[in-house]
Design a protein. Structure first.
Length: 524
């Protein structure tokens, strides 16, 4: 930051009438008007011929300039520029941020507002405050970033918007780099941007850094500065969500998990991102793009809706982040995944399921009926007993099979019994009322000081490698993304779907933001 002495001995009356930096334009028509509006060329000509004061007077006489930057926004930017150059010392970065990637029209509006408010041209102030390379940089910024006219091809307009957005995103990166944060540079870079520009800036920042700018604001800023920065990028609210769960699985163990994710409530969506540290094992690739597409196909079908017709789409994804809260090892080949271990060749429904755990949802398979009712609010009735054998008799035969002396004979004996009585059909477990009646009979007969209930007995006595189907018979589950089809008969259209109950955490954020609305979960 360059230190300088405040200028002395210069009064407004002594300032040149012609705006510095504008060449005279002999014969120009300073009051050329199109459709009741002063065109930018006309404003430039008027400034060159008569100076800013005459231009301001002409504008206040009734003519208007066609610009995207509103008068209030231009005045706010002018004030920020003045603050950056006032007193001893100049905040160069704040000036760069305020002028970066402005269109020529916008810069004209800022010059006009600056002169009207401070009775001195912006260029005079800049030439007094800057020198050398710093002055050259500002002069380049004052040339503006031209944008295609409204009659330009959509591709050309989009390319120009993206170019401006990248430049502004880079300003934001620089403002938050290293130790300390240049708050004024952030504010100046974002002030007066259109909603379309803000969306493009956020996307450009994400492309540059792999992070959303609002999350970096949350890390770098606090208090009123944070609220102001979030407001400038259209964030109504944002935060981090944490929850935990435990689950007693019918496989004979109790599991626990933690949901952790970041969220931002924008005008057009609730954006959710799960930060994950993926660690490749034995050189395995990490197909984050493929997994995110699978997650998108499964999860991003819903919006928070209210009777008045408003919708807030819920869009969730994961982020490969070296400092991510969750840690997932990525293994080559295939295998049975869990929240901490994923496989390159896992089924397409695995990433969406494990992703559900990372946002805080428990399993909806291999559960007891009581667990499933508590977790999902549903129950499974299943097929009735048509075997002709009482549950007590089936339970005794099952006990005998589980406790055969030869370990390798136990699962085949159990499977043969369950096939005979209709609890396994064509290799698929048949969960429901009959299976639960057998389990209840078994537990009533054999649970005690010297024997184990059915779940414990299967876990202790049946080889882990081939006991899955037998255990599945006596569990219950759903067909949802957090459940599975095993034990529920033939596959159906909505197997592995996300249900509204799985979005309850997200819905609560929207409800908290607008508590006067009756929000529910519905399709996008």
């Amino acid at each position: 930051m360059r230190t300088h002495a405040a200028p002395t001995g210069t009064s407004a009356a002594a300032k040149p009438a012609q705006a510095p930096g504008r060449a005279s334009s002999a014969g120009a028509s300073p009051l050329a008007v199109e459709s009741g509006h002063l065109t930018p060329d006309a404003v430039a000509a008027l400034q060159a011929a008569a100076g800013n004061r005459a231009t301001v007077q002409a504008l206040h006489a009734g003519a208007a300039v066609q610009r995207s930057l509103g008068a209030g926004q231009a005045a706010a930017i002018a004030a920020r520029l003045h603050d950056a150059m006032a007193g001893i010392g100049t905040d160069e970065e704040a000036v760069y941020g305020a002028l970066a990637s402005r269109t020529p029209d916008d810069l004209d509006a800022i010059r006009e507002a600056y002169y009207f408010k401070y009775d001195v041209t912006l260029l005079e102030e800049i030439r007094d405050e800057f020198s050398g390379d710093e002055l050259a940089r500002v002069m380049t910024l004052l040339e503006g970033t031209p944008q295609p006219g409204t009659d330009a091809a959509p591709d050309a307009q989009r390319a120009a918007l993206d170019a401006r957005a990248r430049a502004i995103a880079q300003q934001l990166v620089e403002a938050m780099a290293g130790l300390g944060t240049e708050e004024d540079q952030i504010f100046n870079a974002l002030e007066g941007r259109t909603p379309e520009e803000i969306t493009a800036i956020k996307e450009a920042y994400h492309a540059l850094t792999g992070r959303w700018v609002d999350r970096d604001f949350t890390d770098e800023l606090s208090g009123e500065d944070l609220r102001r920065a979030l407001s400038l990028v259209g964030i109504n609210d944002s935060g981090t969500f944490d929850t935990s769960f435990t689950e007693r699985m019918m496989e004979g163990f109790t599991a626990a998990g933690t949901g952790h994710w970041e969220w931002a409530l924008e005008p057009g969506q609730l954006r959710v991102e799960v930060p994950i540290k993926f660690t490749p094992v034995d050189g395995a690739a990490t197909p984050v793009g493929t997994w995110n597409q699978q997650i998108d196909d499964t999860w991003n079908q819903f919006a928070a809706t209210e009777p008045g017709g408003r919708k807030v789409p819920i869009n969730i994804s994961m982020r490969n982040d070296p400092s991510g809260f969750h840690e997932v090892a990525v293994h080559p080949g295939g295998g049975r995944a869990n929240t901490a271990n994923w496989y390159v060749n896992q089924r397409t429904d695995v990433a969406p399921h494990e992703f559900g755990h990372l946002i805080g949802l428990p399993d909806e398979y291999m559960r007891s009926p009581e667990d499933l009712q508590a977790v999902a609010g549903v129950s499974v009735t299943g097929p009735a007993n048509t075997s002709g054998e009482a549950p007590e008799q089936v339970a005794r035969e099952l006990h005998d099979a589980i406790y055969l002396e030869t370990q390798s004979a136990r699962v085949p004996a159990c499977t043969a019994l369950l096939n005979r009585v209709g609890l396994i059909v064509s290799g698929a477990a048949q969960q429901g009322a009959f299976a639960q009646s057998v389990k209840q009979a078994y537990d009533a007969e054999y649970s005690g000081w010297f024997s184990k209930d059915l779940v414990a007995a299967m876990h202790d006595r049946l080889p882990e490698s081939d006991r899955w189907t037998v255990q599945t018979v006596f569990a219950v589950g759903t067909r949802s993304a957090m459940g599975g089809t095993g034990g529920l008969g033939a596959a159906q259209e909505h197997d592995h779907a996300v249900e509204p109950r799985h979005l309850r955490f997200f819905l609560s954020i929207v409800r908290n933001a607008w508590p006067d609305k009756a929000w529910t979960t519905g399709p996008k």
